[in-house]
Design a protein around this ligand. Sequence first.
Ligand code: FAD
Length: 367
Amino acid sequence: MSSPTRSQNGEFSVAVVGGGLVGSLAAVYFASRGWTVTVYELREDIRTVKQSSGRSINLALSARGIAGLEGAGVGKGLLDTLIPMKARMIHVGNSQSSQNYGYFNEAINSVDRKLVNQHLLNMAETHKNVSFKFQYEVLSIDFDKKVLNFKKPDGTVVKATADLIVGTDGAFSRVRRELMRVTRMNFMQEYIEHAYVELNMPPVTLFMPWSNFEAIKSPTDLMLFFEQKFPDTIPLIGKELLVKDYFKNPKGSLISIKCKPYHYKSSCVILGDAAHAMVPFYGQGMNCGFEDCLVLDEIFDRVLGKRGSAGSARPSAEKVAKALEEYSELRNPDAEAICDLALNNYVEMRSSVTKLFLAPLVPKTVI
Ligand code: FAD
């Protein structure tokens, strides 16, 4: 069975694989060029499910990410929900200290992950030329024929075609894996020793080495650990909820991924975590993914013609290939630099921050 998306009536079609944070923003950018966009998402529609996955609840949105949102004209309705964060709280045993993020009252903004995703899906939906296929898992792709195979929940496999395939399917991207078959892609991934779990305080994420997670086997172990390391958080979270969340919520590994190129001919490009997953300690993964969309859009403007122009609405394969090649070249050094900065900040957040505070007591755990 086939669900054709390729330009049957001369329109340029895009298959966005992954309707997460970056895929839903990318859909808006592509739709505003007049392209026919179909977003294929593995999960159910996040707007209708009660509980989303145990992934971090709040995200830091920076100027980089805001520029990406504003470039697509989708800031309104989201930017007014931001909560500025001017400082971080360092916990060492029973003591706490607040460290400002900047000397001049600068702040980074806290935003709800689910809200961002919902907002961007809603924004994409306002374009008549965007449609969604939820619970579609991409299995394989023939980039030369521009054909994608998807599995649906009932096990059936369906095909789709598109002029351009955009992989925004996250750190463990299937699109990237398929790209590796057809490009001479350099690829590097590194797991760090820390993992994370969400605890509700309201939302707190606990980061600590896998070995610590593995050592905590019972509620008694957990309470001993918290009494020793973070006693001040126990009344804020509540003992019962702490135990419930700790043992119920998934423990997530943290990975850093670099690869290049990000594209194949005129057929495919990967954006967001699919291209450059990074550890979360710099709060820049989503921001960098949003900026990817903006950078690609600027290159499309230059190579294909401005949004709204006839050239941009129906670009030739040669021009799309040129734009994607330029994107890979331009974006890769910046994306890798942010991955490196994030890894450096892992060391900072894990222990250096406490050296400013209480030199002799340095826990390797961050809340
Ligand atoms: P994802 O959000 O992973 O979305 C990928 C989508 O693709 C998902 O919806 C998934 O269901 C779908 N998908 C996967 N496989 C398939 C398939 N085979 N077929 C179809 N669909 C598929 N970033 C920040 O900027 N600020 C922060 O403060 C911040 N904090 C973080 C805290 C933690 C603990 C973690 C783990 C990450 C944090 N990040 C932060 C990073 C941020 O979460 C990611 O960079 C961002 O989610 C990347 O968006 P994405 O759309 O590229 O990928």
